[in-house]
Every structure is written in C-alpha cells, then in structure tokens.
Ligand binder design. Structure first.
Ligand code: GLC
Length: 733
C-alpha cells in the first residue's frame, strides 16, 4: 500500500519549501534517452524514413551505429529531470550519482520501464495469466518481476495494464486481463500487492502504475489510438472499476491513456484526472502521461500549440510529462502568465517527491553492486514460477475424441515455424529477456522425451513448404501443429482487421488434416482469434498464448498429460472477425439473440461467441448440482456441489455470475462476481460456496452515482459464462 509516514511527509514538505519553480517543474519532466548525432534529422523522422522505405534497415542501423545516447546529464545536474527509462544498473547509478551528489538539492531520479509480464524471467502475457483465475499467482509473478528489475535499477513499473478490452482486433488485448471488470479488478489488486507489497527491503518493491487511464480498450473498431465514446454509466460500470480497485489497493502512480474520451483526450481530461481519480477516489500518487501524449494533444485538436497542450495537461492534473520536454520548456512561462496556478506545480511536485520518498530513494538511491548480477542466471525458483504460470494459463478449447493428452508411445510430427522459436514465445512488451533463457515448444517436447520429428512447414508470414508437409504427414501417429501470431502481431500499434490465423496457416492445417491422422492445433497468439473453420475441422485445439521463457516445458507437460489444463478464457473468441466487439456481459436488448431472424444476430454468424469468457476444458469432466442460496444481512452465500465425473484429477474454476433482471437502466445479462478454483479427484464431490456482497449488486448511473435497487436477481454458477445452473432471489437491501 502506497502511504507515507508523518516523518516522510515532513521531509517532503521541507524539501518542497526549498525548491525553485524550475526545480519543481524539473520533477515533472520525464526524459527519454535521446539518440543524437550521426544524422541531421530528428530521431522520430529517422524512424519514419525507415518505416516508409526512404532508408533501408541496413542504412538505419549504420546511422544508428554512429549515434550516441544522450542521457541529459546536464539537465539532471541542473535539477530539471525527475525520471528516466533505463535498463542498465551501472548507467542508472551513474545518472543517480549526478542527481544526488551534483544537483543543488540532491533529489533522486525514478527509473521506469514497461515490465508488463516479467523482467528477465518473462511469464505469460496478461490475457493468458488472467485466465488462471489465480490472484495469488498474479501476486507472486509480480513480486518476482519487482525483485528482478530493482537489481537492474528499475524502481517503477509501467504496470499493471488494466484496460478492459472487448474487441480482439485491438492488439493491446494481449497486454491486459481481458473483458470482465471484476476479473480485471482482482488482477489489479493482486498485481499492486505483488509490485508494492514487500517493503522488507528497498530491493523487493517498486512503484506500480495503473494504466491506461481510461477506456483505452474501447477504441473504436479496435483500431489503436482511435476515439472512444460511451455513456458515463458504461464508463463507470465497465471501464473504471479496475482502476478504482487499484487505487484502493494503494497504487503509487497512474498513466493516462492516449485516447480521447467523449471528446476530451485523457491526457488533458479534468473529469477523469481530477474529479474522479484525485478528488473522488483521493488518489495520493502522481499521474504520468503516456509517451509523447501531451504533444499529441495538438493532433487531437484540443490544443493549438505545444505550450497550449502543456498548460491544458498541467491544469487537468497531469503531473509528469513523458518524453516531450513541453513542461520543461513552457510550463514556467505559463505560470508567470498566470495560465497555470503555482499551486498546480506545487501539488505535482509534492506528489512526485512523495513517491520517491516512499520508494526509499532518498536513503537508498543506488543499486548495490552485489545485487546487479543476482539474477544473471535465472534462479530455478523463478523458472519454476514462470512454468507454473505458463501451465495454468493454457486453455483446452476443444478435444474431440480425446486426442489429448498424447501418449509417450506415439510418434509426433511437430509442425510450424513457431514450434522451434524461442523469440516468439515471449509475447509483446517484454524489454529485458534473453533468447538463451527461453525454451521453445520443440525443446520442451524433446526434454520431456517425446518421440518427435520436426517439420517447419510454414509460419505466420511464410509460404507452405510442401515437401515438409508431406514428410510430416508420413512420419507421425499424431500431428501437433503450432500456429498463431508472431509477437509483433499483438501489443501496441498492432490492431488487425482480420483476426483469423495469419498467412497460410489454415491451409497448412487443411493439408495436415488430409493425412487422415489426428491433428492438434497449438495456438501461439496474443489475442482471441476468429477460429470458425478450425473449430469445425481440427479435433483438438490448445490455446497456448505467448507464455514466456518456460513455454516449451509447460506446453509439453500439458500435451503429454503431465499437467491437466486448467486455464480459462479471460476474453471471448468470436467465430468470425465481424462479430467484434463480442463479450459475455452484454446487454439483453429488446430482441435477445436467438434462432429467429428478427433477433439480435448475424445472418452469417449467429450471435454467440465461438468460445465464451470463462471457457476451458479439462482432461477430466465436472458436473454441477444442488445450487442453493443462503441470504445473510450483507451478503448471499451461494453453494453448489461440484463433482469430478472423469477418470483423473482436475482443477475446476467455479464461476458466479449475477443478473439484475430489472433496473432503472439496462444491465448486462451476466456479471462475474466471484470465482473459486477447486481440485477434485475422480468421483470426488465438494460443496463450493461463493459470496456475493449485497453492496456489489448495484450499478453506476449516468451521474456516476452508485445505486442499489431492490428487485429480482438471477444467480448463475458454472464452469464458464454460458453453461450455468441458475436460481433467482428477490433482494430488498
Ligand atoms: C507506450 C505505451 C505505454 C508505455 C509507454 C512507455 O507508448 O502506450 O503502455 O508504458 O509508452 O514505454
């Protein structure tokens, strides 16, 4: 929990009283390491020139080889920099030494980085990890990342990313915990605890950063950076809750999102930044803009000039400018012209100094020399945790004829370029991983002693090698095809208008199926894919996502039955792209989707997700019985008997959904409100009790007021959001 002691508060106040206006604004300035020299155009222009082909990749790299990196040492010495992004502990200490020992007041720097799903020990991307429905795991992986990154000088993670996302065309679906506000909120609380919770040593915790605040995942048409418009009630009920949960969990910082929201970019939005975050929720930390976002307010058309954008941002409650230098260059003049009150600068500087104080940077500004190499070789316990997270993230989507698990006696034709890749298993937004740490699926199967021959055949961006396909169809008793996306096909600036398997991978599956042998599709992807054809033709489909350094052993353990898959979907899969956005907690409409033509459905795709939120099969089966409800003064206790009706031990994720059947505004047909994982032996039955706090049965209206309305509620319990036992209760509150 981010909170200062009275002594720390006093130190901050004392420091603030000594600071000049320049030095206060310096704290609000986050520098990016600039690439300078070697070329006479701005670095951004150089990138554009390479992107649009005016210079080749080789020419770009040659130019870059002559460039130096400007770490803004002189500005640090003058107290004009508050934070930077670095990944090198010695460079961090060098810059920190300038700040602490050569600047007038010796205020230490913060060093931030995008540590979204691991630092050196990369674990599953968030869309995968969220599907474990395991808050304790969320916390443990975050704590590991905090400890690893602190040894490298990073004391601030631009994480967790908490954007509810319902349109899989958006590439950043991969970075977030899915479509459901409740699951994303549990993810938020657990991650904040993991990143910030272990204060036993400055080496064990970092400042978290709830992002991207807010509703970035609702960018129109799933196109990144696109406009966002929604009813205030939708904003409050679906997109704000995870951020509120993160603030309540004590997050130290927040990052505003690129998008405009109902006409006002979140970078300069006083309603979201001041009214909601800082005043209503009493958020005590500071807000940083996203990269270059203050400058982009001119593109948005909300500011005529960069100084104007800076004034808008500061007055709206934006405390730190990431990477534009607009605050550094223009904020002082804005204060002197009376456009920005001095109180705005004082508040921002105090918020920033307070986080630095809480991080212990005034007393421990440097990375200890002995810590720097602590994780040079990944500790086995870190690998084991990454493997546990990977195994638990794998979702068995389909298993017709129990093709899976494979038997060790079976000869396997392993197919697909992704199967042998160490790079592609990492996923988007991993900054500090090493190829030598990674274990590919092929290596994982070989280490597990599988009888396999490997045939690349085809990748997401290559043609099919017919000879290799023929050989693959010849050798194996079973064919395992690893297909999906490269990690560059998801993440930031990676929206796709067609989310079927890229390239010729579906044709590859057709060729393999023509062999008449059983085919298992192992998906490596960063978003839900449109798998209508695959679901109709491929007998077994395993969703393996991008699982990080231990992907190989984890996939091998599940394929070979060492581990029974327990992952669930945190995001719905559409049958075809055109169904996006698609999510389980939708409104009923006046004509709920059904068989009749005149209902809310598509002529060519129906209305239901191919695989719904919460879906995931097991190598065993489960049955639900005897749903009963006990009403208590403040909560409902909902109990159901769950039985393992199969032949092997398995873990079931029991999910509780509620529906407010009649309310003053339309409400979703289902809303997740609790879940529990239970391990059951074959034939074993356990009563599972889930809790629904009555205070969680309300909703926000368009005025942003939380209302509890008496009436009929339906309670649904099951192993996914579609197949549930249902009962009704009348609640008076
Ligand atoms: C990027 C991302 C944000 C990240 C920031 C710093 O553009 O939007 O998630 O934290 O820049 O790298």
């Amino acid at each position: 929990m981010y909170r200062l002691t009275d002594a720390q508060k006093a130190r901050v106040k004392e420091l603030l009283s000594q600071m000049t206006l320049e030095e206060k604004i310096g704290q609000m300035n986050q520098e990016s390491v600039s690439i300078v020299g070697g070329f006479d155009v701005p670095f951004e222009e150089l990138i554009e020139m390479m992107t649009d082909g005016r210079i080749s990749q080789e020419e770009f790299e040659k130019i870059m080889s002559t460039a130096q990196q400007d770490y803004h040492e002189d500005d640090i010495r003058a107290g004009l920099v508050g934070s930077l992004m670095v990944q090198d502990p010695r460079k961090a200490n060098e810059l920190q030494k300038i700040a602490v020992e050569e600047s007038r007041l010796g205020i230490p720097l913060m060093f931030g980085l995008d540590v979204i799903h691991g630092y050196r020990t990369v674990y599953p991307i968030a869309i995968a990890e969220a599907g474990t429905f395991d808050p304790d795991l969320f916390t443990r992986t975050a704590r590991m990342a905090a400890k690893e990154s602190r040894t490298q000088g990073v004391n601030w993670h631009f994480a967790p990313m908490l954007d509810v996302a319902r349109d899989a065309r958006w590439g950043r679906v991969s970075e977030g915990p899915g479509e459901d506000p409740y699951l994303v909120s549990q993810f938020a609380k657990a991650k904040i605890k993991g990143l910030q919770g272990d204060r036993t040593s400055p080496e064990n915790y970092v400042a978290a950063c709830l992002k991207h605040y807010v509703a970035y995942g609702a960018c129109e048409a799933g196109r990144d950076y696109n406009t966002v418009s929604m009813a205030p009630s939708m904003l409050h009920n679906a997109y704000l809750p995870p951020f509120k949960a993160a603030v309540e969990a004590g997050a130290a910082t927040a990052m505003a999102s690129f998008n405009d929201l109902n006409g006002v970019p979140c970078t300069v939005n006083p309603y979201t930044l001041r009214h909601i975050l800082k005043e209503t929720w009493n958020f005590p930390g500071f807000v940083v803009s996203d990269a270059n976002a203050i400058r982009e307010c001119v593109n948005h058309g909300i500011a005529a000039t960069e100084p104007d954008a800076g004034t808008h941002a500061a007055n709206a409650g934006m405390d730190v400018d990431m990477g534009t230098q607009i605050y550094k260059k223009h904020l002082r003049a804005a204060v002197e012209r009376g456009e920005v009150p001095l109180s705005v600068i004082d508040e921002a500087a105090e918020r920033i100094l307070s986080v630095k104080m809480w991080l212990g940077l005034f007393d421990h500004p440097y990375v200890p020399e002995e810590a720097m190499s602590r994780y040079e070789v990944l500790p086995e316990e870190h690998r084991a945790l990454a493997r546990e997270a990977a195994e638990k993230s794998i979702v068995l989507l389909k298993n017709e004829g129990n093709v899976l698990p494979l038997k060790k006696s079976q000869k396997i034709s392993l197919v697909g370029q992704l199967a042998a890749s160490r790079e592609e298993i990492i996923g988007a937004w991993a900054m500090s991983w090493r190829e030598s740490d990674c274990v590919s699926i092929k290596e994982g199967l070989e280490r597990a002693g599988a009888q396999l021959q490997y045939y690349p055949c085809c990748g997401p961006e290559t043609d099919i090698n017919e000879e290799e396909v023929a050989a693959a169809c010849q050798y194996g008793d079973v064919i395992v095809a690893v297909v999906g996306e490269t990690d560059a096909m998801s993440g930031e600036a990676a929206s796709r208008a067609d989310i079927t398997l890229p390239g010729h991978q579906r044709e590859l599956l057709e060729r393999l199926l023509a062999s008449g042998k059983p085919v298992v599709a192992c998906l490596m992807n960063g978003r839900p894919l449109a798998l209508q054809w695959e679901s109709q033709h491929v007998p077994a489909i395993l969703e393996c996502w991008h699982l990080g350094v231990e992907m190989g052993p984890a996939v091998a353990n599940v394929l070979l039955g060492e581990k029974n898959p327990e992952g669930r979907l945190a995001s719905s899969f559409p049958a075809v792209t055109g169904m996006c956005p698609i999510y389980y907690n939708h409104m009923n409409t006046g004509r709920p989707g059904g068989r009749s033509k005149f209902t809310s459905r598509y002529l060519d795709a129906g209305f239901e997700a191919l695989y719904p939120f919460g879906h995931g099969l097991s190598y065993t089966t489960f049955a639900y019985d005897r749903l009963r409800v006990e009403e208590q003064p403040d909560a409902l206790q909902i109990t159901v008997d769950v039985t393992n009706t199969g032949t092997r031990e398995g873990v079931e994720t029991v999910q509780l959904y509620m529906q407010d059947v009649t309310a003053s505004i339309v409400r979703p047909v289902k809303e997740l409100r609790d879940f529990a994982k239970v391990s059951l032996s074959p034939g074993e039955t356990k009563p599972i009790t889930l809790t629904l706090q009555k205070s969680d049965m309300g909703y926000y209206n368009d005025a942003g007021e939380y209302v509890l309305e008496p009436g009929l509620f339906r309670l649904h319990v099951g192993g996914n959001s579609r197949d549930c036992l249902t009962t009704e209760v009348n609640i008076t509150f």
